[in-house]
Design a binder for this molecule. Structure first.
Ligand code: AKG
Ligand code: FE2
Length: 254
């Protein structure tokens, strides 16, 4: 499978000698369509979700990724995802409420369509990362997934890196001005929520370096003295819309 969690570059000694990482930010970088609101899922809810995911899908099995599918089902008065397990529809309801005051109305509506909106197919992908594991930089498949992606972190934080796609194509890796950066590192806190839309979804790759620890700016805003933060086992749940006609079984999926 393309871009499964590959444990690359877990050599922290080489990291510290030759490849000192940038200091990761704690607030969303200025990429249009990227949102990381200052909200956290309640601890009890998050613990319950992790427990269910582990016992239903991962415990005792040598896998690190699960894909589930659902449909919005406005005819039942709910519009979150019939076909998905209950804990994921519950999570979607929480996300809709928590994000309401933190996203532009149009973006919120794209992620949580109102009752009566056309039915859509939603995918939930569960990724499990042990310390040292990551995911290669990628843009989620253009022919398979629509705009509007929600990512939730559980169990551990990690740094997600964003790279401008055009820059990669043109191989413009030189010094960028402060207002025109081509690379950003963002620390995703445990129980935080990330939304990718527009440029952030289409014009930037996202990826996670396979590291054992992350170098993160201190304080609430990340402007304080940076510190190394150990990675624990991280579970992420990502919700995406399947494009009309996108085959829901088989094929590369990231
Ligand atoms: O683990 C994450 O937060 C990112 C997962 C991801 O990018 C993907 O599955 O496409
Ligand atoms: Fe992705």
């Amino acid at each position: 499978m393309y871009a499964a969690n590959d444990a690359e570059g877990s050599d922290s000694e080489a990291d510290s000698l030759f490849d000192e990482p940038q200091i990761a930010m704690r607030t969303a970088p200025p990429i249009p369509g990227l949102f990381v609101p200052p909200i956290r899922l309640p601890l009890e809810l998050a613990n319950d979700i992790v427990q269910q995911c582990m016992s239903l899908y991962f415990d005792g099995r040598d896998i690190n990724q699960i894909m589930l599918f659902g449909r919005t089902a406005s005819e039942h008065g709910e519009n979150m995802g019939s076909g998905l397990p209950t804990f994921l529809t519950t999570l979607l309801h929480w996300l809709a409420e928590l994000l309401r005051d933190h996203l532009p109305g149009k973006v919120h509506e794209m992620l949580f369509p109102p009752k009566g909106a056309p039915q859509r197919a939603r995918q939930a992908i569960l990724n499990l990362y042990h310390p040292g594991e990551g995911i290669s930089p990628h843009v989620d498949l253009l022919k398979r997934f629509d705009d509007g992606i929600i990512g939730v972190s559980f169990g551990s934080g990690c740094v997600m890196s964003f790279e401008r796609v055009k820059c990669q194509e043109e191989e413009l890796f030189g010094e960028a001005g402060p207002l025109d950066r081509n690379h950003w590192d963002l620390y995703l806190e445990e129980r935080s929520v990330l939304v990718l839309s527009e440029d952030a979804r289409y014009d930037w790759t996202h990826g996670i370096d396979g590291r054992l620890q992350d170098f993160v700016g201190g304080g609430i805003d990340g402007r304080g003295e940076p510190d190394w933060i150990e990675r624990g086992t991280r579970l992420s749940i990502t919700f995406r819309w399947l494009l009309p006609g996108a085959d829901i079984v088989g094929g590369p999926d990231t």
